[in-house]
Ligand binder design. Structure first.
Ligand code: ZN
Length: 474
């Protein structure tokens, strides 16, 4: 398993089809009804703000004042054209460029939006750029993330622990799958077809009201398709019913009256920012950014720390824990005994222990990790839930097997829970047991033990001895 990656569990959830779009008379625009949502508008805002903070820390944001002002002008023009019934005055729509080459964009609940630089570099005019943004804006205005959670939720689950699609990228599917479990992959998921087509329809309506030609929303998919031939996301071949999507947007466009004649196409601002970006060094793809981050190479504007276990080789024959122990004192706040045949891999706020053959670029298959999670809630249960979610997010093959229950960790009240699932490294069922307790400064201490289920009996004594030996110096 890897270390946790992100504060939320986000999984693709393909939902049952629901008719959300009710066509009226052929001459009128399609009437849109926002899907049922049991969450508060404030929940959208909190989810989006938390996620945006992560994006800003981990993805390369372009800080170019002129380009930033431009994307904000285009964005606010679209925001002003959201139909009144879908306006949420509490939302804070804001727009940032990511230094990534893929033709893509995603928006988070409550308003933060990230547009890849590749988008404007390939767009034929401002209308195509605005089209992608209008589509993403529609997901936010219709509150699709929490609406999807409403459909998925059972009474006992909290919003945090639900499978959520936060990003809802324009291009999802296959491309998203290739991106894996990291932050970029998270936002490349797409919503259900129904939500996508609803965002296409509302996006077209917003464009027309804002003075753009809504056909440019359909056109941009052709632009994306043209750019990505052979390498990148193949939107049209990916999508379950690609032709329909293109045709549906164009049909909707034919019902709409554009508020400006002629509609906004190429603007001087568009050309200037496009030229500025063309002059920059070539951007990486999101997949490359993610891969580099996981390999520890880091990215410009990224806070990712190197992966300390990356140089290991996984093996099928790993020695069981030695009954002899050694004291580990490499972190100032921790003293713990571990089997003498376990190596240690410290980072700034954590340490991983693993025997030879059980660590590598995808984390550890046997051993333990101990660290500090910067929970924001100052509450053991909430911070523990957040930590568990980050582990599930970083390791999508794992599932939580029970609630957090009370235990003692290093002599303090704590919580424990079990995650398990088929490890992509060993191809066997892996059991991860998590223990948490609160540090004196409010931070969360976590211990996660990792072992293939079939070997767990050979590890339980070592895990118990390790936990019993833990002393915290906080
Ligand atoms: Zn979408």
């Amino acid at each position: 398993m890897r270390k946790g990656y992100f504060g939320k569990q986000l999984t693709a959830a393909v939902m049952a089809a629901t008719l959300l779009i009710l066509p009226l008379a052929a001459s009128a625009q399609t009437r849109i009804v926002a899907p049922k949502n049991k969450y508060k508008v404030q929940d959208d805002i909190k989810l989006g703000n938390d996620a945006a903070r992560q994006v800003e820390q981990q993805m390369p944001i372009i800080s170019d004042t002129d380009a930033a002002r431009y994307i904000d002008r285009v964005g606010q023009r679209l925001v002003a054209s959201i139909p009144p019934e879908f306006q949420h005055p509490e939302f804070n729509y804001r727009f940032q460029w990511l230094n990534a080459s893929d033709l893509n964009a995603f928006a988070l609940p409550g308003g933060p939006m990230f547009i890849n630089r590749g988008m404007i570099e390939a767009a034929h005019n401002e209308g195509e750029l605005a089209g992608v943004m209008a589509h993403e804006l529609s997901h936010v205005a219709l509150r699709h993330a929490t609406a999807q959670a409403t459909k998925a939720s059972s009474t006992s689950s909290t919003l945090r622990n639900l499978g959520l699609i936060l990003g809802g990228a324009v291009i999802g599917g296959q491309a998203g799958a290739q991106l894996g479990a990291g932050l970029a992959g998270t936002f490349m998921l797409k919503f259900s077809r129904e939500y996508e087509s609803q965002a296409d329809t509302l996006g077209a309506q917003i464009m027309a009201k804002a003075g753009y030609d809504p056909h440019d929303l359909a056109n941009v998919f052709k632009t994306i398709e043209g750019e990505s031939k052979g390498s990148g996301p193949e939107w049209l071949s990916d999508h379950p019913n690609p032709g329909n999507r293109y045709e549906n947007i164009n049909r909707e466009a034919s019902y709409l009256r554009v508020s400006q004649d002629p509609p906004i196409k190429i603007t001087r601002d568009f050309e200037r920012v496009q030229a500025r970006f063309h002059a920059l060094p070539k951007a990486k793809t999101m997949a490359q950014i993610e891969k580099d981050a996981q390999a520890g190479k880091g990215t410009e504007g990224s806070n990712n720390t190197p992966n300390p276990t990356a140089n290991g080789r996984y093996s099928n024959s790993v020695r069981f824990p030695s009954s002899r122990v050694r004291a580990y004192t490499g972190l100032s706040w921790l003293r713990v005994n571990v089997p003498s045949n376990w190596l240690d891999f410290p980072s700034q706020d954590d340490v991983q222990f693993s025997p030879e053959g059980a660590y590598g670029d995808q984390g550890i298959t046997r051993g333990a990790m101990i660290g500090i999670y910067n929970g924001r809630n100052n509450n053991l249960t909430n911070d523990s839930e957040a930590y568990v979610s980050s582990m599930l997010q970083g390791n999508p093959y794992l599932t939580q097997r029970g609630d957090l229950v009370q235990t003692y960790v290093a002599g303090r009240q704590g919580l424990t829970t079990i995650l398990s699932g088929r490890s992509p490294v060993t191809n066997r069922t892996e059991v991860v047991t998590i223990y948490t307790t609160t540090l004196r400064n409010g931070g969360l201490l976590y211990v996660a033990t990792v072992v293939p289920q079939a070997e767990s009996a050979s590890y339980s004594a070592a895990f118990r001895a390790m936990l019993n030996s833990m002393r915290l110096n906080d």
